[in-house]
Design a protein around this ligand. Structure first.
Ligand code: IMP
Length: 189
């Protein structure tokens, strides 16, 4: 049976093990290495959620690279996106002429990616690609372009490996999904 944990009274079930995450990170790093041979891409981690994925990904990548961060807010402490993306920390690097790779922990509605594209494209990067560990296929806005995907998952709320539950549980090594409560049984059924 899959490992389970309880967080603030909510039950979470292991969805993606540490071993499967490691394999996916290696695969993504290989793809990036193949596509950026002879270039020096800038990985832009989207804080806070991507910090663990970014750290693991760049240590698997063999090409020379630079690293910067953007900080966005859309979830607050809730379990669904507020639909409002706010910029909390801007880039420090020069974007013009550079090969930019946005690093997301998860693409849910795709609003953050859309916001980031509108922020970065006018600065004339040489190229702009997106890598995400998780991609919620059912909730993403049609037309959201993501170039490298670790896992396609349903729209469950997930935690661990950088993803938080009201800022906690980011340090879990595996990814866990919120266990749906079974519908209440009818009395006497
Ligand atoms: P989007 O803008 O709706 O695509 O959401 C992107 C951001 O929402 C991610 O970078 C996460 O910070 C957060 N997020 C989306 N889904 C989840 C989840 O299931 N657990 C925790 N955070 C999530």
């Amino acid at each position: 049976m899959a490992a389970q944990i309880t967080v603030n009274g909510d039950r979470f079930v292991e969805m993606i093990s540490e071993r499967r995450i490691k394999t996916a990170v290696k695969r993504l790093a290989k793809e990036i290495d193949r596509n950026y041979r002879g270039r020096i891409p800038v990985f832009i981690g989207i804080l806070n959620g991507s910090f663990i994925f970014l750290a693991d990904l760049v240590r698997e990548v063999k090409v020379d690279c630079e690293i910067d961060f953007l900080k966005l807010s859309s979830y607050g402490d809730a379990k669904i996106s507020s639909g409002n993306v706010r910029l909390l920390k801007d880039l420090n690097c020069q974007v013009e002429g550079r090969d930019i790779i946005i690093v997301e922990d998860i693409v849910d509605t795709g609003l953050s990616i859309e916001y980031i594209r509108h922020l970065i494209e006018p600065q004339n990067p040489r190229s702009l690609k997106v890598v995400t560990l998780l991609f919620k296929t059912d909730s993403v806005k049609p037309g959201t372009q993501v170039d490298y995907i670790g896992f396609r998952i349903p729209s469950d709320f997930v935690i661990g490996y950088g993803l938080d539950n009201a800022q906690r549980e980011r340090n879990l090594k595996a990814i866990y999904r919120l266990h749906a409560k079974p519908p209440r049984e009818k009395a006497g059924a």
